[in-house]
Design a protein around this ligand. Structure first.
Ligand code: AMP
Length: 210
């Protein structure tokens, strides 16, 4: 099995796919967004910065990431939401060399804007175990309305899951993250999957990593 970098627009299903790989294949999920949201709860100034929905400084991102990777040992991991720029990808290559780790495979989840917008408004998340649900996609609906199937916590909607904030995040993605697709394609590391049903996507990922 290989380490995985997931590249995709916001709400394409990176979090859901990561959760499935964590449960079924014992991957460690590193979601920089989750780590930053936890930091924002304790630091008001940082919380204001996060509310802008713009990318956070590389210095902070790499501090967080390096600490995580150093504590992983040989465990296989998924990067959900990192790298977000070609610059970060290049810096990550150097970090990997220093830590003697392999990059693995880059999976691009391909999905169109209209589907993303529908998804973002329906997305609900468990604050405790981070399981992702949807109020409209059948395979992702909770058994009991608004409650996590796994730990019974009341689900919440992310503050940035509104149409206005989604559009800012999507534009950030188009301007800064989409160039990563060509970057990794040219390095022959990119695998493209159509992001439809998360369980079908998972099956396709399995074929790639095994
Ligand atoms: P996500 O949960 O991946 O959608 O990330 C939520 C927010 O965290 C983003 O809108 C950014 O502000 C920030 N963020 C997450 N990952 C990164 C990254 N690799 N580089 C810069 N900012 C990030």
């Amino acid at each position: 099995m290989k380490n995985i970098i997931l590249v995709a627009p916001p709400v394409a299903g990176k979090g859901t796919l990561s959760k499935i790989l964590e449960e079924k294949q014992n991957y460690i999920v590193i979601s920089i967004g989750d780590i930053l949201r936890a930091k924002a709860k304790e630091d008001k100034e940082f919380a204001t910065l996060m509310k802008s929905c713009k990318l956070i400084d590389d210095e902070i991102i790499f501090q967080v990431l390096e600490e995580k990777l150093k504590n992983l040992g040989d465990k296989k991991y998924i990067l959900d939401g990192f790298p977000r720029t070609v610059e970060q990808a290049k810096m990550y290559n150097n970090l990997l060399k220093g830590l003697n780790k392999e990059l693995g495979v880059v999976i691009y989840l391909d999905i169109e804007y209209e589907k993303l917008l529908q998804r973002v408004l329906a997305r609900r998340i468990c604050p405790n175990c981070k399981q992702v649900y949807s109020t409209r996609e059948k395979s992702l609906m909770p058994k009991e309305t608004n409650k996590c199937d796994k730990c019974n916590s009341i689900l919440y909607q992310r503050e940035d899951d509104t149409e206005e904030k989604f559009n800012i995040r999507y534009n950030e993605y188009i301007n800064k993250t989409e160039p990563l697709i060509n970057y990794y394609k040219n390095l022959n590391l990119l695998k493209v999957i159509k992001a439809n049903d998360p369980y079908k996507t998972y099956e396709e990922v399995l074929n790639i990593i095994n």
